[in-house]
Design a protein around this ligand. Structure first.
Ligand SMILES: N[C@@H](CCC(=O)N[C@@H](CS)C(=O)NCC(=O)O)C(=O)O
Length: 222
């Protein structure tokens, strides 16, 4: 059901990964309808139902369907961002042109999806949801949050953007997890990682990101 929109995005209110895709679709000026799945609530497990597993056998959001490309289905947020760059960012405004710039963008994007996302996610899991209290697991992943913010700080204290000397999908991909409440519980973001904090605040002024997070507030408030 596309209702005439270019894309359908499967997402979730508080799940960080879908907001990367909404941010980038906004930034590219592409139209989409979002279907918010119930991951944890009364209809919990919508993402594990056979209909959804046909779209994404991994049973997670985000999933994007491109209705103007034979209803092509893509899952994994990094793969979705790269598909959108490849197909709809003709000038590679949000990527790189030469090998160095492209490699930088990919390097940070992969660090986000394999490093920041999973570690911050595990920190949140062990801190808020795990049925047993496991202080050593909480400590392990909170230490990872600080370590990863420290990696960003090393670079962002010397340069304005992560890659290619400009705002790219690499920067955009870090926003939702850096904004998670587990980060505020773990570190004094502004004081301990000032350059990263400044960059994070600046990213919220990018129109596509700003619009996505305003939408997130509306969705969470319902
Ligand atoms: N590596 C995946 C992670 C996707 C992911 O973990 N999504 C979360 C929400 S942000 C989810 O669907 N969780 C539901 C679950 O784990 O059952 C990506 O970047 O797209």
């Amino acid at each position: 059901m596309s209702h005439g929109k270019h894309f359908t995005l499967y997402s979730h209110g508080t799940g960080p990964n879908g907001w990367k895709i909404a941010s980038f679709l906004n930034e590219l000026g592409l139209s989409y309808e979002t279907i918010y799945l119930d991951l944890f609530g009364a209809r919990a497990g919508e993402h594990k139902k056979p209909e959804f597993l046909k779209l994404n056998p991994n049973g997670r959001i985000p999933v994007l369907i491109d209705h103007k490309n034979n209803d092509l289905v893509i899952w994994e947020s990094g793969a979705i961002l790269l598909y959108l760059v490849d197909k709809y960012d003709d000038e590679k405004k949000y990527f790189g042109i030469n090998d160095k710039d492209k490699s930088e963008v990919l390097q940070w994007l992969f660090f986000q999806v394999s490093g920041q996302g999973p570690a911050f996610g595990q920190a949140a899991w062990f801190n808020y949801y795990h049925p047993d209290k496991l202080p050593s697991a909480v400590e392990r992943y909170k230490t990872e949050i600080k370590r990863i913010l420290g990696v960003l700080e090393i670079v962002l204290s010397k340069q304005e953007w992560l890659a290619a000397g400009k705002f790219t999908i690499a920067d955009l991909s870090f926003v939702p997890w850096n904004d998670a409440s587990i980060v505020r519980e773990t570190a004094d973001f502004e004081k301990d990682f000032p350059a990263t904090y400044k960059w994070h605040q600046k990213l919220f002024q990018i129109p596509g990101i700003k619009a996505a997070f305003a939408e997130r507030e509306r969705v969470i408030a319902v």
